[in-house]
Design a protein around this ligand. Structure first.
Ligand code: CP
Ligand code: NVA
Length: 340
């Protein structure tokens, strides 16, 4: 890692990680550099456990596979202990306020991860905590996911600036918002390909257009699936997110069906294009919801076909692995540990 990145990382000690809006392009690049370094160390079997004796609380008010495992493995590799608070098994919100929880946990832990509903909850937790708070997904943002996505693209293409990134589908929620922020800060050309009601809020679009003006990227909103032409990366996410009722499936399929990522879409994107998805994905009927909704709406797949998901352009499992390396970088940097 170069000296400039190391200096940038040192300044992250004690910081929260709540949304990429709070991080400069240089800070995001430095976190990616640290993640790459930690990934190389892990692959080479070089210990990086300088956070021995420290502990992290992992609060999940929504379910998780990747984010929970990534935090637990990353913390363990760094020498830390973790305590997992599941969606039902704590007093948070029901019997104890967020502010009180923040003070209690600050007395026992060196860092707190939070996955849940409104962004205002993680903001309140951070305001009341004396230790760094990391956002493991809210309705509005999923910043650790974006670091993994950018690391994956950087590994594949060797750079990020100038890449054409097309997000198809429900662009109004955590993934659409956060990808637009990350891409616009890092100089990618971001297109949200989605119907009018499924786009990021105008105020956020305006902010991201200003980031893009500074980074050399761009932000485009369109409802035309043909906008995928020439894309380097095609991204999608589920049409119904955690916390949303099953009743919205019918309207989502009607509104977003034309934005499914399938072989025709990937062919239009071109042979160099890669496919990304934060996961979990409804690409077949091998899940309870996939089967139930598949039967109800007579579909084999929702936002992405199995052919694309399992095909040669798909980087989704590398992307999932990179959740761990990038989350490790966030924990290490915000707790002030930069392994030599
Ligand atoms: N991508 C992601 O956040 O996955 P989990 O919901 O499994 O954590
Ligand atoms: N938009 C999805 C992302 C899952 C990682 C959700 O919030 O459920």
């Amino acid at each position: 890692m170069d000296r400039e990145s190391a200096r940038t990382l040192q300044a992250l000690k004690g910081r929260d990680f709540l949304t990429l809006l709070d991080y400069t392009p240089a800070e995001i690049h430095a976190l990616l550099a640290l993640a790459a370094d930690l990934k190389a160390k892990k692959k080479a079997g070089i210990p990086h456990d300088g956070l021995r004796g420290k502990n992290a609380a992992l609060i999940f008010e929504k379910t998780s596979t990747r984010t929970r495992c990534a935090f637990e493995v990353a913390a363990h590799d760094l020498g830390m202990g973790t305590t997992y608070l599941d969606p039902a098994g704590s007093q948070i919100g029901k019997k104890e306020s967020i502010a009180d929880t923040a003070r209690v946990l600050s007395g026992m832990f060196e860092g707190i991860e939070y996955r849940g509903f409104g962004q205002e909850i993680v903001e309140e937790l951070a305001a009341g905590a004396d230790v760094p708070v990391w956002n493991g997904l809210t309705n509005e943002y999923h910043p650790t996911q974006i670091l993994a996505d950018m690391l994956t693209l950087r590994e594949h293409f060797g750079h990020l600036e100038g890449l054409k990134f097309v997000y198809m589908g429900d662009a109004r929620y955590n993934m659409g918002n956060s990808l637009m922020i990350g891409c616009s800060k890092l100089g990618l050309h971001f297109t949200a390909c989605a119907p009018r009601d499924y786009r990021p809020a105008p105020a956020l679009v305006e902010k991201c257009r200003a980031f893009a003006a500074a980074s050399g990227g761009s932000v485009t909103l369109t409802d035309d699936p043909a906008a995928v032409a020439g894309a380097d990366a095609v991204y999608t996410d589920v049409w119904v997110s955690m916390g949303e009722p099953d009743e919205v499936w019918a309207q989502r399929i009607a509104a977003l069906g034309a934005y499914q990522v399938n072989a025709a879409v990937m062919a239009k994107a071109g042979p160099r294009a890669v496919f990304l998805h934060c996961l979990p994905a409804f690409h077949d009927r091998k899940t309870t919801i996939g089967r139930e909704m598949g039967e109800k709406f007579d579909r084999d797949a929702m936002e992405v076909t199995d052919e694309v998901f399992s095909g040669p352009q798909s980087l989704v499992f590398l992307e999932a692995e990179n959740r761990m390396h990038t989350i490790k970088a966030v924990i290490a940097a915000t707790l002030g540990y930069l392994p030599a």
